[in-house]
Design a protein. Structure first.
Length: 165
């Protein structure tokens, strides 16, 4: 979450379709690919506030009493969004999707886990995914190699191509 909150508009490279994480795990920078659709959504969101410092700005306390609009507050705020604001947004989105807190809890780690799983199912190599996630070795990335319906289907398809099997 800290990595996402600290993103700046200049960290998005629309030409190469990447996000530069300047201070990732262990203080190491890395690049993470994004889709054209995500780039478009990030651009729309940034245009809604145009904060020069943060991709995800906070509004700060007491902005409602200042007589300015939310857009103005976001564009002027010198700080990024808080962790509690992210949790509130996740809880709101979960409720809107009909997920119950006890059984279907969504966390930032759930989103990271889903990203990793989908990237593997899409054919991303384990070492590349490890780099995207900011892991310094393959060991923590191995947790994402759990059996999925898609990977089982791919294994069966590969098995069917073997001669005499």
């Amino acid at each position: 979450m800290s990595e996402a909150l600290s993103l700046k508009p200049k960290d998005i490279d629309g030409q190469r379709l990447i996000i530069r994480v300047r201070h990732g795990k262990g203080g190491k920078p890395r690049e993470v690919p994004i889709s054209q659709a995500l780039l478009a959504r990030l651009r729309v969101f940034w245009k809604s506030h145009r904060n020069p410092h943060w991709l995800f700005p906070g509004v700060g306390r007491g902005w409602k009493g200042t007589g300015i609009t939310l857009r103005q507050a976001l564009s002027r705020c010198p700080n990024h969004m808080t962790r509690s604001s992210v949790w509130a947004a996740i809880n709101f989105a979960s409720a809107e999707c009909g997920l119950s807190k006890k059984h279907d809890q969504v966390t930032t780690h759930t989103l990271r886990h889903s990203y990793a799983t989908h990237m593997l199912e899409g054919g991303t190599q384990l070492h590349q995914l490890s780099a995207y996630l900011g892991h310094s070795s393959l060991k923590p990335t191995l947790v994402y190699l759990h059996l999925t319906a898609m990977s089982e289907a791919q294994a069966r398809q590969a098995l069917a191509t073997l001669p005499g099997v």
